[in-house]
Ligand binder design. Structure first.
Ligand code: 13P
Ligand code: SF4
Length: 305
């Protein structure tokens, strides 16, 4: 079977088996093409909670499949590639943050959505990269422990000067590896281009940017902009997708290091294998985890509206 035939077979099987396929924007183009929904991690979970299908297949990383399960506990949620974790989400667990909370008892814990469902159970509110500033600003608490990403946390702290934000030493190693020198070099090489970066990049890189936002924020900005040339400071697939979407514009990846191997672990063949019952992993969360982690998500929805 070639790629087009495999895609046709996947489209036939997903209807037959009542499966809704979600693909995070970092997935390869051939996977996005067969998905029912594409987008950022939280949008995908909200989309999935509204569909009629009883089965959700997540092409993304584990915390995204868990978020889906939290929002749709009665649906069967399958992670297409069980090895696809998130290096940032795996940095901090409930034991570690439980111990930090004991040291800072008067701090509210704000968890980036890139955390495990187990860790979310002891956090006060969840945020995404696009909602973090608004949510932190709207919280009554002044003292905030922001986990796990110190780069997103620094970005939030700058926009919320009235808050006392404590950060830990976590973050996305892929985004954090890009340097300000690379950003300056790219700007010198493409002087007419705007630099758009994800807030998971270090503050020195963000300081060089014309726009800082989530994966969807970057895509929307580039599509709507009158400018013709962009340097994209997030996972390399975003520059590739934008190039297909806007053939009259030019997109340069900020750095060729911006490749998330976990996001790239899912293949079209994995999707096919899940649909034929030969792959993937069912996401199971116990009652207490579903209940307590959902509180953190509910608080995000309340403060994010
Ligand atoms: P989004 O929430 O913007 O989709 O980002 C998820 C992520 O893992 C970024 O590296
Ligand atoms: Fe996690 Fe970084 Fe990959 Fe995003 S790019 S999924 S934060 S490891």
């Amino acid at each position: 079977m070639n790629i087009a035939q495999l895609q046709q077979e996947i489209i036939r099987l997903k209807k037959e088996k009542d499966v809704c396929i979600l693909a995070h924007s970092y997935q390869a183009r051939e996977i996005c093409e067969i998905a029912d929904y594409t987008g950022d991690s939280y949008k995908l979970s909200v989309d999935a909670s509204k569909v009629d299908q009883k089965n959700i297949l997540m092409c993304g990383v584990r915390f995204m499949a868990e978020t889906c399960k939290l929002l749709s506990p009665d649906k069967r949620v399958i992670l297409a590639q069980p090895l696809a974790g998130c290096e940032m989400a795996d940095q901090m667990d409930r034991e570690l943050i439980g111990a930090v909370k004991e040291q800072y008892p008067d701090y509210a814990v704000v968890a980036y959505i890139n955390t495990t469902a187990d860790l979310k159970t002891i956090c006060d509110v969840c945020v995404t990269s696009s909602s973090a500033v608004q949510i932190v600003n709207r919280m009554e608490d002044k003292n905030i422990l922001f986990i796990p990403d110190c780069n997103l946390g620094s970005f939030v702290a700058k926009q919320c000067p009235d808050k006392n934000i404590k950060l830990l030493n976590g973050g996305c190693p892929i985004h954090a590896a890009v340097t300000a020198e690379e950003a300056k070099k790219a700007k010198a090489l493409y002087p007419d281009a705007e630099l758009l970066v994800h807030p998971e990049c270090v503050p020195e890189v963000c300081a060089e940017a014309d726009y800082i936002g989530s994966t969807s924020g970057i895509m929307n900005y580039a599509v709507k902009s009158d400018k013709k040339e962009f340097i994209i400071g997030t996972e390399i697939s975003i520059a590739e997708h934008l190039q297909y979407m806007c053939p009259d514009k030019v997109f340069h990846p900020l750095s060729l290091k911006l490749i998330c191997s976990n996001m790239k672990a899912t293949t079209l063949m994995d999707v096919y294998n899940c649909l034929t019952g030969n792959g993937g992993e069912d996401i199971e969360l116990d009652e207490a985890t579903l209940r307590d982690a959902k509180k953190c998500i509910n608080e995000m929805i309340r403060l994010g509206e």
